[in-house]
Design a protein around this ligand. Structure first.
Ligand code: BTN
Length: 267
């Protein structure tokens, strides 16, 4: 991958490290972080041998097709605010795809972006020592997927019939993230983007299942929930702290801070 110096015009980007191949850009970013690299270090790879997702899942990362990048940041924020960065990263990608490519994505709280119900982007945020790593994986020019995930995953190429330049896409996404992140550091909550997020959210005003943590790791994906064995909630959207507000059948509102949801009657 060839990067022009234009990436350095983005205020939050201070260092760019590019690999042809690595196990996981999140792992590399953590290694650099432990060695004291600067705030705003971006790690990008052309492929990942063991790309990781949440809940111990893997993220398919074939050579030359997707975007696999991790941004190391050292924000001066309370630990409780870190999960909100995942939502901001998702919003940044969604904004960039719409603004620069006219591609509409749906956000599946907390960390996936979908097109036509299929996953196109995943985000993995990890805290380590005094830094945070936000890893973003995007299926860009993939022509096909392994049969095991073919009905759940898609790419920008498969959805639009076009191939995209990954370098300029990374730049466009980081421009959007830059603005969201700098405002967030001032505001320390998501109040100013809540409505935008909820409007993009695939679960907003829908019936959902909240998948307990013990179950999430056992499922290959959350679409495997097929019946009402789990309690059904109505999703009221995110609150300003990024939690998902769920209403149960008695009308009681419960904020969900972690884990995973599945949209009822949508597979
Ligand atoms: C998920 O699907 O749960 C999140 C997927 C995150 C994948 C990205 S690709 C770049 C970075 N490196 C990783 O190993 N994971 C993230």
């Amino acid at each position: 991958m060839i990067f022009t110096s234009s990436l350095f015009k983005i205020p939050i980007v201070n260092n760019v490290i590019v690999f042809d191949e690595t196990d996981s850009t999140n792992n590399r970013a953590k290694d650099f972080g432990k060695k004291g690299c600067v705030d705003g270090t971006l790690v990008v790879s052309d492929c990942q041998i063991s790309g990781r997702g949440r809940m111990g899942r893997s993220f398919s990362s074939p050579t030359g097709e997707g975007i696999y990048m991790s941004l190391l940041l050292k924000p001066d924020i309370d630990n409780r605010l870190i999960s909100q960065l995942t939502l901001l990263a998702g919003l940044a990608v969604s904004r960039a795809l719409l603004k620069y490519y006219d591609i509409k994505t749906d956000i599946k709280w907390p960390n996936d972006l979908l097109i036509n119900g299929k996953k196109i982007i995943g985000i993995l945020t990890e805290k380590c020592e005094d830094f945070i790593v936000i890893g973003t994986g995007i299926n860009v020019n993939n022509k096909s997927f392994d049969v095991k995930i073919a009905d759940k995953a898609t790419s920008l190429y498969l959805e639009t019939g076009k191939e995209y330049n990954r370098e300029s896409m990374i730049e466009n996404i980081l421009k959007e993230f830059n603005d969201l992140y700098l405002s967030f550091l001032n505001e320390q909550d998501l109040k100013s983007v809540m409505d935008e997020y909820n409007n993009l959210s695939v679960s907003y005003d829908k019936d959902i299942y909240v998948i307990p943590y013990e179950l999430t790791g056992k499922l290959e994906n959350s679409y495997q929930i097929t019946d009402d064995t789990l309690p059904v909630y109505h999703c009221m959207g995110i609150a300003s702290d990024g939690s998902l507000i769920c209403r149960d059948s008695s009308g009681k509102l419960t904020p969900i801070n972690s884990g995973e949801i599945s949209i009822r009657n949508v597979r």
